[in-house]
Design a protein around this ligand. Structure first.
Ligand code: UP5
Ligand code: MG
Length: 190
């Protein structure tokens, strides 16, 4: 377990819903550190580590990497960063991720920020993004949506039943979405 008491907010939503974009804004206004599980996995893939090939294949297929890999990367990043509040973006993606993170770290999220966005809009955003991502092609995007609906939405539902979800209409402009996000974070400021 991480010794220091850290606050964690899970930032969830489908591919292209704007998690990364909004996290960058939240960091500037509210002093959180942003950890994108996808970015950490891509860095690990590119580092030539022994898990690299497995991560590469799973991302390419839009599948969810086993939690022990992702959790190790998240824990290391939290320790190295040293902040006491984190946005964890794009994790947990399924029940296995969720349960393992809780038991390994002992951390329960303070709340979950959920970016709700229609699939057509998310698809348009991902296809228009030019970041050279291995998984931004129509075939993988379809698979990412499928995995999101089948595995990640139930996790959002789980936290919703515990009263922890703040749902944001992510189909609006970046500025409009951030206005709604700010309201949520302001209500948690001490
Ligand atoms: N954009 C953003 N907001 C907009 C708005 N309001 N209006 C118009 N345009 C908007 O945004 C996407 C694009 O849309 C950008 O061009 C942006 O300018 C524009 P972004 O903020 O990047 O959206 P985000 O939700 O972060 O989309 P991303 O594609 O990163 O989400 P994914 O969840 O698909 O990707 P992630 O990196 O989290 O995961 C990738 C893969 O890694 C997974 O499929 C999986 O294989 C693997 N993975 C795991 O196995 N385990 C994990 O825990 C995490 C990832
Ligand atoms: Mg992202």
């Amino acid at each position: 377990h991480i010794n220091k008491k850290v606050k964690v907010v899970f930032v969830l939503g489908g591919p292209g819903s704007g998690k990364g974009t909004q996290c960058a804004n939240i960091v500037k206004h509210f002093g959180y550190s942003h950890l994108s599980a996808g970015d950490l996995l891509r860095a690990e893939r590119d580092s030539g580590s022994e898990n690299g090939t497995m991560i590469k294949n799973m991302i390419k297929k839009g599948e969810i990497v086993p939690s022990e890999v992702t959790i190790k990367l998240l824990q290391r990043a939290m320790e190295e960063d040293g902040n006491d509040k984190f946005l964890i973006d794009g994790f947990p993606r399924n029940e296995e991720n969720r349960a393992a993170f809780e038991s390994v770290t002992g951390i329960e999220p303070e709340f979950v920020l959920f970016f709700d966005c229609p699939e057509e809009e998310m698809e348009k955003r991902v296809l228009n993004r030019n970041q050279n991502r291995d998984d931004d092609n129509i075939e993988t995007i379809r698979k990412r949506f499928e995995v999101y609906m089948g595995s990640t939405l139930p996790i959002i539902e789980y936290y919703n039943s515990k009263g922890k979800v703040h749902k944001i209409d992510a189909s609006k402009t970046i500025d409009q979405v951030f206005e709604a996000v700010k309201e949520v974070f302001s209500s948690y400021e001490d």
